[in-house]
Design a binder for this molecule. Sequence first.
Ligand code: SF4
Length: 344
Amino acid sequence: MESETIQNGTPVKLTAKDFASDQDVRWCPGCGDYSILAQVQRVMPSFGIPKEKTVFVAGIGCSSRFPYYMNTYGFHGIHGRAAVIASGLKMARTDLDVWVATGDGDLLSIGGNHFIHILRRNINTVIMLFNNRIYGLTKGQYSPTSEHGKITKSSPLGTVDNPFNPLTLALGAGGSFVARTMDRDPKHMQDIVAKAHNHKGTSFIEIFQNCNIYNDGAFLPYTEKDTKPDNTVLLEHGKPLIFGSKKDKGIKLVGFRPVVVSLEDGKHTVDDLIVHDQTSKELAMILAQFSEMEDFPVPLGVLYEVERPCFEDEMEEQISNSIKKNGAGDLEKLLFSGTTWEVK
Ligand code: SF4
């Protein structure tokens, strides 16, 4: 399917360029945000949804400039409130395609409350978390995903905060689609963004995004050709967890405990390894914690996907059933019913 719009009464097929606005992009040269913007613009035409039916909602931060650069409707909200603005919009206009562009400070600090509630409600939106592990727009303070001990402008002796793991947080809050990708792998990002969009419910994508000004190289072990194979594992549903530059390592489970094993020592074969099942929340929780475990590769791909009802669908059904049963209702009558009085 391809998106189209009506021009002079004729349907016109859209391309990535049609989703790019005429605004100058004002991110620092070299910022990972450029790649995210480019990949989203590239996949948009494949969804078959007109620009006029698409809305990007953002909070505050470098990532939150995203709606300016999309030639769709957009809402640059206030700090931390993107998830709740998107929730309200989707409930009021279920016909719209609603996206959230946000950062680790915006979504997980001041916006943490709204984040967990959109996930549990499963409102049909895509949330893209640009995780650069720093506050970029305000010039380099530590964020809720900065590593413990990180020296920043607001933690000159090293932060004593423990970071959030966005994936375990999303899974724990009831996320129905939880995935991770990175700015330096355009094809992978396009694939994950498309899968997230095709999922019905709140789709959460953590995107490793380099802030080359205030936290340069935060994800280097996962992005560079020579280190990526030993430090990342690509998740594919139905496939075993194998990684390493020579595809010589795998991950097996001993009870509930994951263990990295060699496939070259003659003690283990592919049959011993975990086979990825993205419908298993238990497995997703285990995978999500790899990034906190020494010598474990960081998982990239869809960790978890499950179908469950969306809040706005159940809400609409409830309203329509109530109207069928009780009639359309009368707001004025309601306001003046019960214990009301007139002050003269
Ligand atoms: Fe990108 Fe960092 Fe510059 Fe913000 S401060 S635009 S995140 S490089």
